[in-house]
Design a protein around this ligand. Structure first.
Ligand SMILES: *Cc1c(COP(=O)(O)O)cnc(C)c1O
Length: 484
């Protein structure tokens, strides 16, 4: 059921009440039930941030000389970020709307730098196969070809293969701290040596790690070096709206010097709307997000972030120990930050079916592929729910062992098919079909358990996706039976 534009305005309190009602089916992140997407602590922080956001909700950072307040926030945030990342005095950067914007910008910057200084016309970048999907998006958007750096047996970027991938078209190399799928830090020091020697820029994607790894290190956690202390690292992306606990819409990209950042900037001196210059991807830049991010950094301070990092490390350690004790499960890699991934160590346990059981117990856990797994983005808030999570996980594994049929049901069947069917082009087309159905007029939400996009309130309305997924499923079943 959609809500049309009313012919005349409605009463504010009633609108707010209705608005809040819509959240009833959302992930229960305020109770620590969600292991991705949201970073939440408590009501006090939320109220405080709402005030900061509201005070600048109408302010626009498009033109950095108009709203001096926003430029002030941006300057402070970039300086704080650069210091945390051990950047040299020349380190500079801009605020962006999120990690994806920061990653896209790095690719655009290095493509243009290589074009300007080396006349590179067919740009390529080297990224580990665990690079965040934003890098694949950047490749498509900006026409920069990907050379994939494979993983070694420990699911880490295999740096021994890096040098062979560098050629005259290479505009940048990427490492992650940590990579999203398994939570490991790429071998940045070794990558930096090669990047420096070959004169290729090295970007570190610390979108998820940037505002927690420095505090873990301050707490005495042993971590490899990955920031500007590593020679060869030329830029770093770090999201405030992840472990910085800022409200959504706040990330940073910093560069070792203006020699790089200049190539990110856009200037159109002849536009009839006036001489125009923009430092990042967006036009209008949301003042509220900058104010709230600035306020949040002041609210926690170093001690506050260290305390959050300590609770997070404790939760990660308890989860790793607990998962290690559940027969049939194993960690996919040794996590070096706040993220972890686990899969089945026993073919009798279908990990996607375990995921379905966890969903049914009220958790939101993400699925991984290559290899199959479940994911956890752990925050300080989760420390309190770790025992319940582990108890439920133990039960989930037992339920899946007791009923192997569960692997063929619900979303486990769909995930299994989507990640294992060898016809990847077909999977891509079908996913596109499903997305198109979701975004078509009257389109509903994606329900993988039902195998379709559907509009919950109006059965029969947006079911275009069902046959598409069914056809794919049938092809998959035929392919599987031919293999057996
Ligand atoms: C989250 C993330 C991104 C993308 O950030 P968004 O804010 O979701 O756009 C990029 N890289 C890594 C490693 C991430 O974890």
């Amino acid at each position: 059921m959609s809500t049309p534009l009313p012919s005349s305005g409605r009463e504010a309190a009633q609108i707010i009440e209705q608005l809040k009602g819509f959240a009833s089916g959302d992930p229960r992140f305020k109770e620590g039930r969600s292991w991705s997407l949201s970073y939440y602590l408590d009501e006090d922080l939320e109220q405080f941030q709402a005030q900061a956001y509201q005070a600048f909700a109408g302010a626009n950072g498009l033109n950095p000389s108009a709203f001096k307040s926003l430029k002030r926030f941006e300057n402070d945030i970039i300086a704080i970020t650069a210091a945390l990342l051990h950047g040299p005095a020349q380190t500079c950067g801009v605020m962006t709307s999120g990690g994806t914007e920061s990653c896209l910008l790095a690719v655009k910057t290095y493509r243009d730098l290589a074009a300007a200084t080396r006349r590179v016309k067919k740009p390529e970048m080297i990224i580990p196969s665990t690079a965040h999907v934003a890098w694949f998006k950047a490749s498509e958007y900006f026409g920069v070809k990907i050379r994939l750096l494979p993983l070694n047996a420990e699911l880490r970027a295999d740096v021994t293969q890096l040098e062979a991938l560098i050629n005259s078209h290479t505009v940048m190399i990427l490492g992650s701290a940590p990579e999203y799928p398994h939570g490991t830090i790429d071998p940045i020091e070794a990558m930096g040596e090669i990047a420096h020697r070959r004169g290729v820029p090295l970007h570190v994607d610390a979108c998820v790690g940037g505002f927690i790894l420095p505090f873990m290190e301050m707490n005495g956690r042993a971590l490899p070096r990955w920031d500007y202390r590593v020679r060869g690292v030329t830029s770093i992306s770090a999201d405030l709206h992840k472990y910085g606990f800022a409200t959504k819409g706040a990330s940073t990209i910093t560069y070792r010097s203006m020699d790089y950042l200049r190539h990110q900037m856009f200037v159109q001196q002849d536009w009839s709307g006036g001489v125009f210059a923009s430092p990042a991807l967006l036009g209008t830049r949301p003042g509220g997000a900058y104010a709230a991010a600035w306020a949040t950094l002041q609210y926690f301070g170093e001690a506050g972030y260290r305390e959050l990092a300590a609770r997070t490390s404790e939760a990660v350690d308890q989860l790793c120990a607990g998962i290690g004790q559940i027969d049939g499960l194993k960690l996919l890699a040794t996590p070096q930050g706040p993220l972890l991934a686990y899969g089945a160590s026993d073919p009798q346990v279908n990990i996607y079916a375990v995921g379905d059981q966890m969903d049914a117990k009220g958790w939101n856990v993400n699925r991984l592929q290559n290899p199959d797994g479940l994911h956890a983005m752990v925050t300080a808030q989760h420390l309190a729910v770790v025992p319940t999570y582990l108890a439920d996980l133990r039960e989930a594994v037992a339920a899946v062992r007791a009923d192997p049929e569960l692997a063929q049901k619900g979303s486990a069947a769909t995930y299994g098919m989507l990640s294992h069917v060898p016809l990847r082009g077909m999977v891509k087309r079908r996913v596109l079909d499903i997305f198109s159905a979701m975004y078509a007029p009257g389109g509903g939400e994606l329900d993988l358990a039902a195998g379709a996009a559907h509009a919950p309130d109006e059965p029969g309305e947006a079911h275009a996706a069902t046959p598409m997924l069914e056809r794919l499923m049938m092809k998959y079943v035929r392919w599987k039976s031919r293999r057996q």
